[in-house]
Design a protein around this ligand. Structure first.
Ligand SMILES: Nc1ncnc2c1ncn2[C@@H]1O[C@H](COP(=O)(O)OP(=O)(O)OP(=O)(O)O)[C@@H](O)[C@H]1O
Length: 394
């Protein structure tokens, strides 16, 4: 659908982007992330034919932007950061003007404008002057002009920037719907937007693509360990010792101090267990190896009505093993109810900061998982992908 090959842009003395190389398949919604000045707008303006690359080539559906700019641009809809609107025009007359500009045949214009007005929820506002529209509706107009000629590829530069939370939700929903029959390249500063909208993310920093992959795969690939955060009801020390005793557990870190009431409940629980001759109370502070089998610990143990304490911990695995089933079965066996269990991974924000603040990526990507230890495979120009389908250097 889109091929960007070794594209560079030099502005007078300064480099806008350097040897950008990526492609997009039909149907993908790709998030384009980067700090200020990284080169997102420059790249998008070159893809949409508004700026010529200094080096390299861009093709849309096999049509070279340099050789067939008009035909190639017909396949693209572009929403720049500031929508290109004429404030004195009405919604209807502006869309009519864009239809003429885009060479939409006269007999199709009425139907197409009607479809777009409906699609973007602009019904009833056809005669309204654009100046009087809210920012969210102006953004809808920006999207309307971008899709009026039914392009294959939509390029959206910060489409939710400056909108209020309700408008953001509405515009995201529209983008999601547009993604059902368009290929979308979307730049944003809002990281959760990538997770909710995109099936792939490209991160650009200082004019170079530094990461390319699925948002979830990025997090997995860059995670150094497998971690599980856990909330369990039961006696704190016994739970910690049990978790430490599980195979492949590297460490167990308490996440929060228990509140005083809960600590009181823990003492009460221990006392209650001590009064049960047929069951051994769990020993406090004993290492996993010497730990006696803790007693089953039914909720009715808390005869004084006190709530059992909730123990919050972060359990890290050796060898990135998935610990969740082992934790579940052991806690169930001991009848310590698990209130919450979540696999932790690096957030997109963590990854973004790692990559754009020049920290070294020291795990997963391009190192441990790579079949080659040759330094050349780690060069910025490498197109290697690791086993997660993530290309760390693009
Ligand atoms: N017309 C221009 N003339 C000279 N330098 C420019 C021009 N446009 C962009 N640049 C430079 O090119 C680099 C990339 O800028 P670009 O606007 O593409 O980044 P961006 O990722 O879109 O940033 P932002 O998120 O702030 O919009 C920056 O160093 C910028 O200063």
């Amino acid at each position: 659908m889109l091929e960007v090959k070794q594209v560079s842009k030099l502005y007078e003395n300064q480099r806008g982007v350097h040897s950008i190389d990526f492609s997009m398949k039909r149907g993908e919604i790709v998030g384009f992330l980067g700090p200020n000045g990284a080169g997102k707008t420059t790249t998008m303006r070159m893809i949409t034919g508004y700026l010529n690359p200094t080096h390299g080539s861009i093709a849309i559906d096999g049509l070279s932007m340099a050789d067939h700019p008009k035909k190639a641009r017909q396949k693209i809809g572009y929403l720049p950061e500031t929508p290109p609107l004429y404030p004195e025009m009405s919604v209807q007359s502006y869309l009519q003007f864009i239809a003429d500009l885009r060479d939409i045949p006269a007999k199709e214009q009425k139907r197409r404008i009607g479809e777009v007005i409906e699609r973007l929820g602009l019904q009833g506002r056809e005669r309204q002057v654009i100046r009087g529209l809210s920012k969210g509706y102006k953004q809808r107009m920006g999207l309307a002009q971008a899709i009026l000629h039914n392009p294959d590829l939509l390029v959206l530069d910060e489409p939710t920037s400056g909108l209020d939370p309700k408008q953001i939700i509405e515009i995201r929903q529209l983008i999601r719907e547009l993604g059902e029959n368009h290929t979308v390249l979307l730049s944003t500063h809002i990281l959760p937007e990538i997770n909710t909208l995109c099936n792939r993310v490209l991160i650009i920093n200082q004019g170079r693509i530094v990461l390319d992959g699925h948002p979830d795969q990025l997090a997995q690939s860059m995670g150094e360990t497998f971690e599980v955060s856990l909330e369990v009801k039961g006696p704190r020390e016994a739970i910690l010792a049990e978790l430490r005793g599980l195979p492949q557990v590297a460490s167990v870190k308490p996440l929060a101090e228990e509140p005083a009431a809960a600590a009181g409940a823990a003492a009460s629980a221990t006392a209650a267990l001590a009064q049960q001759p047929e069951q051994d109370a769990p020993e406090q502070g004993v290492g996993a190896q010497e730990q006696a089998e803790p007693a089953a610990w039914p909720a009715e143990t808390f005869t004084d009505g006190a709530e059992p304490p909730t123990v919050k911990v972060l359990v890290s695995a050796a060898d990135r093993a998935d610990l969740r089933e082992a934790i579940f079965y052991r806690m169930a066996e001991l009848r310590y109810p698990i209130l919450a269990m979540k696999k932790e991974s690096l957030s997109l924000e963590d990854i973004f900061l790692k990559l754009t603040t020049n920290e070294t990526i020291d795990a997963g990507i391009g190192s441990g998982d790579s079949s080659s230890s040759d330094d050349s495979s780690h060069s910025p120009d490498s197109t290697d992908t690791n086993d997660k389908g993530v290309n760390p250097h693009a």
